[in-house]
Design a binder for this molecule. Structure first.
Ligand code: SF4
Length: 175
């Protein structure tokens, strides 16, 4: 039986999610220098704030997730309007979660289907699944895939992030 490489990737991502949850629980109470150094490094990445550096928002968010246990705030394009399509025709809203259909199977089932991907993408059950994700898995997801695009889709968050920094600087605080 041929193994779909995407299944292997998804298995690895599932393991990463478990590791992330364990790590977050551990990091909140850990005092080891290595953990403090990691937080310091993330803080440095987050401090490099400019209108064009969208990653700073993401790194600041990861710092809050790992250190404080806060839920993810970074917008993710896969929760908005993107999807993954592999060479086998399998479709996913994102690779951290289960597939939502197979566009080749959809064509086999209905040879007149001219927009199989759209049909799968906009299937009400799939949309409900994606909506549920934003209230569950997304809150604990550390995926950095295409965060530049995701943050551009929700610029208000980024502008607020920059404004907060500037107002703190104006008050003489360092971050
Ligand atoms: S935040 Fe994570 S789980 Fe949610 S859509 Fe994005 S990649 Fe998937």
């Amino acid at each position: 039986m041929t193994t779909n490489p995407m299944d292997v990737i998804r298995m690895a991502l599932d393991r990463e999610k478990v590791a992330y949850r364990r790590y977050t629980e551990y990091a909140r109470s850990a005092t080891e220098p290595a953990i403090r150094e990691l937080f310091q490094f993330l803080a440095e990445l987050a401090a490099d704030r400019s209108a064009s550096n969208f990653e700073a928002y993401y790194w600041n968010d990861m710092l809050s997730m790992y250190r404080d246990g806060r839920s993810r705030q970074t917008p993710c394009p896969f929760a908005v309007d993107s999807f993954v399509l592999d060479a086998y025709g399998d479709m996913y809203y994102c690779l951290s979660e289960r597939k939502i259909g197979n566009c080749l199977a959809a064509v086999e089932k209905d040879p007149n289907s001219s927009h199989p991907c759209s049909t799968i993408y906009y299937d009400p059950e799939n949309l409900a699944f994606r909506e549920a994700l934003t209230r569950s898995a997304c809150l604990h997801c550390n995926s950095g895939c295409f965060v530049n695009i995701g943050i551009k889709k929700d610029l208000k968050k980024h502008l607020l992030f920059l404004a907060t920094r500037r107002s703190r600087q104006g008050q003489g605080a360092d971050g």
